[in-house]
Design a protein around this ligand. Sequence first.
Ligand code: ADE
Length: 217
Amino acid sequence: MTIDIVTLFPEMFENFLNTSIIKRAITKELVKINIHNLRDYSNYKNKQVDEYPYGGGAGMVLMCEPVFNAVEALKKENTKVIMTTPSGITYNQDTAINLSKETHLIILCGHYEGFDERIRTICDCEISIGNYVLTGGEIPAMVITDSVTRLINGVISKESLISESFNNGLLDYPNYTKPEVFKGMKVPEVLLSGHHQKIDEYRHSEQVKKTNELKNK
Ligand code: ADE
């Protein structure tokens, strides 16, 4: 899987690519993540990428030309082009699973007042990571890249992914580790019993309880 991210702020990705599981996945060549500066695709001498909107209005809009240039330069036969925008479909685990089956993603990070409308014609999908407005598409691009990368074969243990896929829309069960008693709070007895069937039953009932509690909040 290759992920090409087109952004006005490549420096935002430095720590992201050099930390923990993402760094390891890159080192093990399970994923290739390339960061591209949108300004490098501008045909203007001053590397301009944005302009005032026709008809007036607040802020600046990302122009067609640099974005089209970037996509045309990076696109391959089986590429999925993603636009990050607060008006896109809301991102969830099912979308992450579907994207993890692709071989090549291009993620376009929005900025300012968004994209020239005509850029939509070269995108396969528009993704929002939630109903709030961020200053740009860099954090959404990291969210998508992180959630997709961890689903790629070999990035995290099969056991972790299997237990997630068996969640069937339920929240995770609560986990405990050493010590058995901390500030008077005890680890549930059943988890110390070594009785695997009882542990599974306990965990399932906790998942149902937690999920119902959240629904009723
Ligand atoms: N750009 C600004 N806010 C966003 C959001 N919530 N999701 C995706 N892209 C965005």
